[in-house]
Design a protein around this ligand. Structure first.
Ligand SMILES: [Zn+2]
Length: 322
């Protein structure tokens, strides 16, 4: 079986998996990113990829990298990556000089969409969308069996459509009330602080402000904490607006929710389902399946490796037989 290295480049660490063409991860390596300067990150990607290649029992056919930002998947150029502060950097070109195998680069969320479509909850749906609810919101769309890239590689950037342009939180992109600002993991924390004045004795406020993460809030909501439940209610109301909009934009058969918040599984899906149905107009209600991603944090690596083995962000419909 052919294998590739699938690399998921995150803001704080880079993970490399040895992935077979069946989507199974055979080994995994991770490095923390201490320095976000472009040249330094290239060195760290190369180091973790070499570690994975050295340990692989099979020959490695190609290397795929999922990078945050606006990525030209043909050249591997990262046009813009706010997470790293990069603008117009030749990520693919520099890495190609270091490896004998082909090196492909795609947007991290589009890679995760490919992975989840082929090997996760997307299997069997020709029309599919993935949303990763993490620090931000990444996304990707498969329409009629093809992963959408967009004219300038921006298809699937659902995180930056505004759902509360007048009364929302300020987004990292500068706009107000983007879906990402309201409904990412970071958005859940913002909702918790926004309702905090009504809960002066909240246990969530006993800990230092910077330690209050989305996981703590979600778990407290699941345990019935009043403050956490109030934040969760506002959070899921905003998430439902964005999900209904995604249904209006691309009418997927299945929407997969990934990222940290999706660990809540049924607790999350049950909280949004009826509101999404109410907000769905023009598309028959309750026909889109909303579920949590199956590959979890591995979707990016699996998708990046699959992209590498297929010579691009190709689905099985685009590349039959590979
Ligand atoms: Zn934004």
């Amino acid at each position: 079986m052919r294998s590739a290295i699938g690399i998921d480049l995150g803001g704080s660490h880079v993970t490399a998996g040895v992935v077979g063409e069946d989507g199974a991860i055979r080994a995994q390596y991770e490095q923390n990113i201490e320095n976000r300067a472009f040249e330094s990150v290239v060195e760290q990607i190369a180091a973790v990829a070499k570690q994975a290649i050295g340990a692989a029992s099979d020959e490695i056919a190609a290397i795929g990298i999922g990078s945050p930002g606006n990525v030209d998947p043909e050249s591997g150029h990262v046009r813009y990556s706010p997470n790293f502060g990069w603008s117009d950097v030749p990520l693919g070109e520099l890495l190609r000089k270091r490896f004998s195998q082909p090196v492909l680069v795609g947007n991290d969320a589009r890679c995760a969409t490919l992975g989840e479509y082929e090997f996760g909850i997307g299997q069997g749906s020709m029309d599919f969308a993935l949303l990763t609810l993490g620090t931000g919101i990444g996304g990707g769309v498969v329409g009629a069996g093809h992963l959408l890239i967009g004219y300038r590689f921006g298809a699937g950037e659902f995180g930056h459509h505004q759902i509360r342009p007048t009364d929302g939180f300020i987004c990292g992109c500068g706009k107000t009330g983007c879906f990402e600002a309201q409904a990412s993991g970071t958005g859940l924390i913002r909702h918790a602080f926004a309702v905090a004045p009504s809960f002066p004795r909240s246990a969530l406020l006993d800990m230092p402000r910077e330690k209050l993460g989305s996981k703590k809030i979600r778990k407290a909501a699941q345990a019935g904490d009043d403050h956490a439940l109030a934040a969760w209610k506002n959070y899921t109301a905003d998430l439902a607006i964005g999900l209904a909009n995604v249904i209006a934009f691309v009418n997927p058969e299945t929407i997969a929710l990934g990222g940290g918040v999706s660990s809540a599984n049924d607790f999350l899906v049950a909280a949004v389902q009826s509101r999404v149905d109410e907000l769905t107009t023009m598309v028959p209600r309750a026909t889109t399946r909303i579920g949590t991603a199956k590959l979890g944090n591995d979707a990016g690596q699996v998708g990046a490796a699959t992209m590498a083995l297929r010579g691009g962000l190709k689905t099985r419909q685009d590349a039959p037989g590979v």
